[in-house]
Design a protein around this ligand. Structure first.
Ligand code: KG4
Ligand code: ZN
Length: 330
């Protein structure tokens, strides 16, 4: 079964053709980084306009690279949320138009759930379940018990900033450009992670929830007060604090819920520093990380999950399918 996936939740316009939920035939991603860079973050109106301009060429390119014609597509999967409403509308309307024109079923997919599916995709049957799902992206931070595709139990989430958002904001404080995560990782390589005693936020009575706004404020005061504050040490210390917080909570959660493996998803999980930390300190658990090209926003994960949902339900979404900017994944 050939599935065309479409992803336009935020600032990447992406389309992909995936066969049978796991074989990626094409994975085309057009990033808008340079468009939003001067503003230090994503400007929704600009994002929607860019999606509208390039969505059709990107779909064409995905079909071309996959060597699959539009007529051979069996199913259309589209990210339905969470995300920017105008951005979602572009992808959803393109998907509806194709489903209607080709007379093929349509499936709306949760973008955050798809981030976790990205790590399941290459080795679906090799992942010991229940797994602890660890979602770390620009919009979400969550620990979830994954019993099966579609069977999740939310264990912990952030009460304020998402971890990727914290990286982006700290990067701005340090004068680094958007998106900040990779730049902080780069700068931190030369820095001393113990120089500043930053710590991840503790939430009273909720030990498995996250809070990154205090950590971010600590960084702000440090940068302001200590004029000589070495940016590379601030970056390294912040990164250490954020990642150790995730590691410690993940270790507690995996024990508490008797998880047999760790399943990672979201843009922040492309960090090599994070991967090294987990390989070192959680070596007793099998770990499944998104393969290259599937950490950051992409449409292959959307197509893959759409296949799984459709083969289970055999149901096409109605044409009233509408964007869900705050769609809950778990
Ligand atoms: O999953 P994603 O592509 O988009 C959302 O669904 O939000 O994640 C993007 C986020 C950005 O906040 C970016 O700064 C962060 O992932 N990120 C990183 C790294 N690479 C990307 N954060 C920390 N370290 C990295 N190496
Ligand atoms: Zn994402």
């Amino acid at each position: 079964m050939y599935v065309l996936g479409i992803e336009t939740t935020c600032d990447e316009t992406a389309a992909s053709v995936v066969r049978d939920g796991h074989e990626i035939l094409s994975n085309v991603i057009s990033s808008q980084i340079e468009l939003h860079m001067p503003f230090g973050g994503v400007v929704p109106e600009l994002a929607c306009r860019r999606h509208a301009e390039i969505i059709i060429p990107i779909i064409h390119q995905a079909l071309h690279e996959a060597k699959v014609s539009l007529n051979e597509i069996d199913l259309i999967g589209v990210a339905q949320g969470p995300g920017l409403i105008g951005a979602l509308l572009v992808g959803i309307n393109a998907a509806k138009g194709l489903a209607l024109g080709l007379d093929r079923p349509l499936v709306g997919v949760n973008h955050v759930e798809a981030h976790l599916y990205a790590s399941l995709m290459p080795q679906l049957n090799a992942v010991p379940l229940p797994a602890l799902g660890i979602v770390l992206s620009g919009g979400h931070t969550a620990l979830v018990e994954v019993r099966d595709i579609g069977a999740y139990h939310l264990i912990g989430a952030t009460l304020d900033d998402a971890i990727g958002e914290a990286f982006d904001k700290v990067a701005t404080l340090l004068g680094l450009s958007y998106p900040g995560g990779p730049k902080i990782e780069q700068l931190a390589k030369e820095g001393d992670p113990q120089r500043y005693p930053f710590k991840g936020g503790k939430v009273k009575g909720r030990p498995l929830d996250f809070s990154f706004s205090g950590l971010k404020t600590n960084v702000l005061y440090t940068v302001r007060q200590e004029k000589e504050a070495e940016k590379k040490d601030v970056a390294a210390s912040f990164q250490r604090a954020a990642f150790e917080d995730v590691l410690e909570k993940a270790l507690v959660a995996s024990k508490m819920f008797e998880c047999k493996s760790l399943l990672f998803g979201g843009g922040v999980t492309s960090s090599q520093t994070l991967r090294a930390l987990f390989h070192h300190r959680a070596a007793h658990l099998p770990q499944f990380w998104p393969p290259s090209g599937l950490s950051l926003d992409n449409a292959a994960m959307i197509a893959g999950l759409a296949f799984q949902l459709y083969t289970r339900s055999k149901e096409s979404a109605p044409f009233s399918l509408s964007p869900q900017p705050r769609m809950k994944p778990f």
